[in-house]
Design a protein. Structure first.
Lengths: 547, 177
């Protein structure tokens, strides 16, 4: 409550309240102190007065006591009795005989105490001495309560009147002084409010005095000068900054557009790269089919048909009289077997062709998914996927007579994106083919390996090719970096991104040029028990991949 | 009150052979008054040097003189030892400082003139109007209380300084012309 009042009040009110209350408190304290001193003085004066009175009366009593004049003694005590503050008095001889006394109250018969103040009562003892002879003692008991009451009755109204008049005077004087003292502060406050509300830094409160407020006002004006200069500088900087921001936004938009175009180009490059690989297989299949159709045994069937054409009207005669008839039947039978074999081989090649076409569709669809969203996760047989990669690159493997060796861990199945993984493997196998195709025939080897452990699967494609220079080992995954003349630097880059998308990684190792290279695709799995890989025998690449 | 005062002064004066009759009591009381008069009166220094004996002369019958002598024996006032003398014995001596005249001494005026004669002598008597008739202090009875009258002119004439307290206690009288 007091804190709220202290916070909410105006400085003028606080100053006036403080000054008036402090002054009144000082007046009250001074008055009370003065009154206490007055009481103390009155008490001391009362004692002095009573002592003097006792001494005077005792001097007067010397003669009556000396001559045994009781009336003189009573006369002396009557003088004391005329004083209202004296409540009792007693004149006694040295032996304790009371010569005279008077009393006003019931305490009259109480024993006398030692001289001095006892509450509001004062007891005074005065010896009666004549020529060094003690004649007796005069005792007086007086109350100074009436003195106190009289003092209080005169003090309280005077104090109240002083407080009232002093308060009014102080309030008027303080109001005048506070107004004159705080005039500069009012001007300063109104100027600050105006600056705060309008932001106009040209406002300057006038300096009205040379005191602290005047110094404060001058300092405030100096600060305003600096603030105004800083404000102008800030405005210029803000304008420049806005211009820069607008230019930066324009550049960012351009950069975004460029990035979008680059992304689209990257996707298209990926599609073309993978589709190109599959198209090679499709082309091989088409050539093979064409060669088989060209070398088909259908020609033999056509010759049989030409042979039996003249005997269509009389087949019985031909079969019974012509010596070629039994041979013809044997030939037809063998031809039928040959055609059946041909049909089977062509059907297999057509199925391969169909799968390759399907893969093209899947590649396109996968790239579209890759460009848009992540692929669908499904259980994938990694060994079968590795074989698909070999099949996609089967024609190149066969053409270059590359030896492919397999070392696949059993039951290597993991839940992952099939097509994205296949793209990576196809790219790795294609790179391996390019790396070894100029080696001697016996040194054109590509080793495929699948390792399994608790963390996941490692699909390794290792070749005995040209190798990677150490300075290139850290750059081969960058977009656009390639060491081949016909390369475009996209395959490993997109493969690394795809591996990261799968939650795994793609790494490369090489001991240098002509030392071969080793690429490892790691695909993690939540919990899979590790199994030992089972080595497989060396198989010629063409025979295995195409079969 | 007189009885009380009597007892007071009996105790104060410590008379070893006090007699019980009224005459003795009266003059023992008056001896006490004479003793107190000496306290409230100041004599000129050339008449009563410091430490000098204060001589009291008695003009009274022998029994009264004896009572007073006994009452004031071995007393002193402000360093002045009291010496009580019978005036018949001091004809050739210096005048006393105080004289007590018994009521039987007549005529008073002549005696007073002879005695005082400008000397600093405190003359105390007990005849009626003793102070008004030229004496300095005269005893008088007020009811049952013994009081005294003072003639201030006589005191001034004798160069004696009476205490204001004594004057305040006494009845002031003027001398008869």
């Amino acid at each position: 409550m007091n804190a709220d009042i202290h916070r909410k009040g105006t400085l003028r009110g606080k100053l006036m309240t403080t000054v008036v209350l402090t002054a009144l408190a000082g007046i009250l304290f001074s008055s009370t102190t003065l009154f206490a001193y007055q009481l103390w003085s009155l008490r001391r004066q009362f004692r002095v007065e009573m002592s003097a009175l006792a001494r005077i009366v005792s001097d007067y009593l010397v003669a009556p006591v000396s001559f045994g004049d009781s009336s003189g003694m009573q006369d002396a005590l009557a003088v004391l009795q005329s004083r209202p503050e004296i409540v009792r008095a007693e004149l006694r001889q040295n032996d304790g005989t009371v010569l005279a006394h008077f009393g006003r109250s019931e305490s009259d018969h109480e024993p006398w105490a030692s001289p001095g103040f006892h509450g509001f009562h004062l007891q005074v003892a005065q010896q009666l001495i004549l020529l060094d002879e003690h004649l007796g003692e005069l005792r007086i008991e007086a109350t100074w309560r009436p003195v106190i009451l009289s003092a209080v009755k005169s003090f309280i109204p005077a104090l109240l009147a002083m407080i009232v008049f002093s308060g009014i005077g102080l309030a008027l004087f303080t109001r005048y002084r506070v107004h004159s003292l705080l005039g500069g502060l009012d001007s300063l406050t109104s100027s600050a409010n105006r600056i705060a509300s309008t932001g106009d830094y040209t406002v300057r409160p006038p300096v009205q005095s040379q005191d602290e407020i005047g110094t404060l006002t001058a300092t405030f004006n100096h600060m305003l000068d600096q603030l105004q200069a800083t404000d102008q500088t800030l405005r210029r900087l803000n304008q420049t900054l806005n211009t820069e921001i607008a230019e930066r936004k324009r550049l960012e938009r351009a950069l975004v557009d460029s990035s979008r175009v680059a992304g689209m180009a990257e996707v298209a490059t990926g599609v073309l790269h993978n589709v190109g690989n599959v198209l090679n297989s499709i082309n091989v299949s088409a050539q093979l089919l064409r060669e088989r159709v060209e070398t088909s045994q259908l020609q033999g069937l056509h010759e049989v048909a030409e042979l039996v054409r003249p005997h269509l009207t009389d087949p019985k005669d031909f079969l019974s009289s012509d010596a070629r008839a039994p041979l013809l039947l044997q030939f037809v039978h063998e031809l039928s077997d040959q055609l059946k074999v041909e049909q089977k081989l062509e059907l297999q090649e057509l199925q391969l062709l169909g799968r390759n076409v399907e893969h093209v569709k899947e590649v396109v669809a996968a790239q579209q998914n890759f460009a848009r969203t992540s692929g669908v996760l499904e259980p994938v047989d990694l060994a079968g996927l590795m074989e698909d990669a070999l099949r996609i690159n089967g024609s190149s493997l066969a053409n270059h007579r590359i030896i492919v060796r397999r070392n696949f861990a059993p039951d290597a199945t993991v839940e992952t994106d099939r097509h994205r993984t296949l793209q990576i493997l196809v790219n790795l196998v294609s790179n391996a083919i390019h790396a070894v195709k100029h080696n001697p025939f016996e040194d054109r080897r590509v080793d495929l390996e699948i390792r399994a452990d608790e963390a996941g699967f490692k699909l390794v494609v290792q070749d005995s090719g040209v190798g990677i220079a150490p300075e290139h080992l850290t750059r081969i995954f960058q977009h656009g970096f390639t060491t081949r003349k016909e390369g475009h630097g996209f395959g490993l880059h997109s493969g690394a991104i795809a591996a990261r998308t799968l939650g795994g990684s793609l790494s490369a190792e090489s001991e240098g040029l002509k030392c071969g290279a080793r690429f490892t695709l790691f695909i993690p799995r939540p919990v899979q028990p590790a199994s030992q890989p089972v080595p497989s025998p060396e198989v010629p690449g063409a025979a295995v991949s195409v079969a | 009150v007189v009885a009380c005062l009597a007892l007071l002064f009996v105790g104060m004066l410590a008379m070893p052979h006090a007699r019980a009759n009224d005459t003795s009591l009266e003059y023992r009381v008056k001896a006490g008054f004479l003793f107190n008069f000496a306290k409230f009166v100041r004599w000129p220094e050339e008449v009563l040097a410091p430490g000098a004996p204060l001589r009291i002369g008695l003009l009274a019958p022998p029994d009264v003189c004896g009572t007073i002598e006994r009452a004031l024996a071995d007393k002193s006032v402000a360093g002045h030892p009291l010496i009580v003398e019978r005036l018949t014995e001091m004809a050739t001596k210096a005048p006393p400082h105080m004289v007590f005249m018994h009521r039987s001494i007549t005529p008073v005026e002549r005696r007073l003139g002879t005695l005082a004669n400008g000397h600093a002598i405190l003359v105390v008597g007990e005849t009626p109007d003793f102070a008004a008739e030229g004496g300095l202090i005269g005893f008088t009875n007020r009811g049952d209380t013994l009081r005294f009258q003072v003639n201030l002119e006589a005191a001034e004439h004798a160069h004696l300084q009476l205490s204001g307290q004594l004057a305040g206690l006494a009845e002031i009288v003027r001398p008869h012309r």
